[in-house]
Ligand binder design. Structure first.
Ligand SMILES: Cc1ncc(COP(=O)(O)O)c(C=O)c1O
Length: 421
């Protein structure tokens, strides 16, 4: 939205009265959406748990700084032992979701999935002595935090290092194409960072992580002088997939998985600022740097981080328990099925879904996009098995979160029919 304010209105020479501050913030917040009230269709966020919000607010004033990693046993910033321990316990619970114990992993609470994905790929890129000769392989459905940002920052900017692997028509990486993509470029690169998705942003498709992991094991045997790193982006699916029985394990029980992103601030129901990155024990040594003013070294990307966020994430996960997340997942999957039925009965073409995200083919009129918060991707590859053949279609999606009601989809459909009819 264009802000037509004059410079005078930006003036802040004199301090503002707290009453005026609150009244101004009230006005600002009326410009924001509200998950409970508004028509939010495709957005991977929802109201955080009340307990998480209360803990965050209560302990924000302590201004605890969780800089660094708290799972490595290295020297830590002094004075924040409580919030560092809370974070270590969050990492232990996240590790458990991903099939292992704290002894087997390191990790930290990042600003979000973007940073966590960057961190995972950074660790992967640095596994080689020649990081410039790194290729990144993933499907065209991979989040732009990897395909755009990470590639731009970490890899050669000509983007020739980015190899898009075809998927089936529901968005799952074709493992034989992944092997082919490695073999075709084996002489051009020393290091291969491979990304599997456990919940793509638009379709919610979950790659076959066990098969990808097995294939990587075989590639390591065939090409022992090359490096391979397997990162799983479970930013959305990390708190859902472990509770869906027909999806194979996406975590560290797959031997060749090295790093995993799972965001608490999506399906973990915590406030923003709580992405999680996990690695197999010791891998963070590859990104460790010494800060002269800070005891020990820091291997995280962040720098100063909120200790209150660690407490709030800890509170949310303890409050829900695995049973609570399992129940939420079951309820949301039921709502997802109901919405699929409605779409199907009204002639919409939908993608086969694995989790609580439904991709719908076709465009939506602009006026619908104003009334409802919908994510529409207008550059979606028409043919996912040849994503680079140039043909594109529009796809929009429904991200079924706690606030999503089937009636919302009925409302969109009836408005569409009224306008057309
Ligand atoms: C699959 C996936 N990965 C990463 C991200 C980025 O997460 P964040 O917005 O927390 O940085 C998203 C965001 O929607 C996502 O869907």
């Amino acid at each position: 939205m264009k802000n037509n304010k004059t410079n005078k209105e930006y003036d802040w020479q004199k301090g503002m009265d707290p009453n005026d501050i609150f009244s101004n913030i009230g006005k600002l917040m009326r410009m924001n959406i509200s998950y409970g009230r508004d028509d939010i269709v495709g957005f991977p966020g929802t109201t955080p748990l009340n307990i998480a919000e209360c803990v965050y607010a209560e302990y924000l004033g302590y201004h605890a700084n969780n800089i660094g990693l708290h799972t490595t046993g290295n020297d830590k910033e002094v004075g924040f032992g409580g919030t560092q321990t809370a974070e270590e316990e969050v990492i232990a619970m996240a590790a458990d979701l991903m099939g292992v114990t704290l002894e087997e992993v390191d990790g930290y609470i990042s600003s979000g999935g973007t940073e966590a994905n960057f961190m995972g790929c950074w660790i992967g890129r640095n596994s080689s002595e020649n990081p410039q000769k790194t290729a990144l392989l993933c499907s065209s459905l991979t989040h732009n935090s990897i395909t755009a940002k990470t590639v731009d920052i970490l890899m050669n900017r000509d983007r020739k290092c980015l190899k898009l692997i075809p998927t089936d028509k529901s968005g799952h990486i074709l493992v034989e194409k992944m092997i082919e993509a490695v073999e075709v470029s084996i002489n051009d690169f020393d290091n291969f960072v491979i990304v599997g998705n456990a919940g793509t942003t638009m379709l919610g498709s979950v790659d076959d992580i066990p098969r990808m992991s097995f294939a990587l094991g075989e590639l390591k045997k065939i090409y022992p002088h090359k490096k391979f790193h397997f990162h799983v982006d479970a930013a959305f699916g990390g708190f859902v997939v472990p509770f869906i029985s027909n999806i194979p394990h996406i975590g560290f029980r797959n031997h060749h998985v090295d790093t995993i992103t799972l965001d608490a601030h999506k399906m973990g129901l915590t406030p923003y600022g709580s992405g999680i990155i996990l690695s197999r024990k010791g891998l963070f040594a590859r990104t460790s740097t010494k800060a002269p003013y800070f005891p020990g070294a820091d291997a995280s990307f962040s720098g100063s981080r909120s200790g209150a966020s660690a407490l709030s994430t800890w509170a949310a996960m303890k409050y829900m328990g695995k049973d609570g997340y399992a129940k939420t997942t079951q309820r949301l999957m039921k709502v997802t099925s109901e919405i699929k039925c409605i779409l199907h009965n009204n002639g919409f073409e939908i993608f086969k879904n694995d989790i609580n995200i439904i991709g719908v083919k076709g465009s939506l009129p602009r006026w619908i996009q104003k009334d409802f918060r919908v994510h529409v991707q207008e550059s979606f590859p028409e043919n996912l098995s040849h994503p680079e053949n140039g043909k594109i279609i529009s796809v929009w999606n429904i991200v079924v979160m706690n606030h999503t009601k089937p009636e919302l989809i009925e409302k969109i459909i009836s408005q569409l029919k009224r306008k057309v009819g």
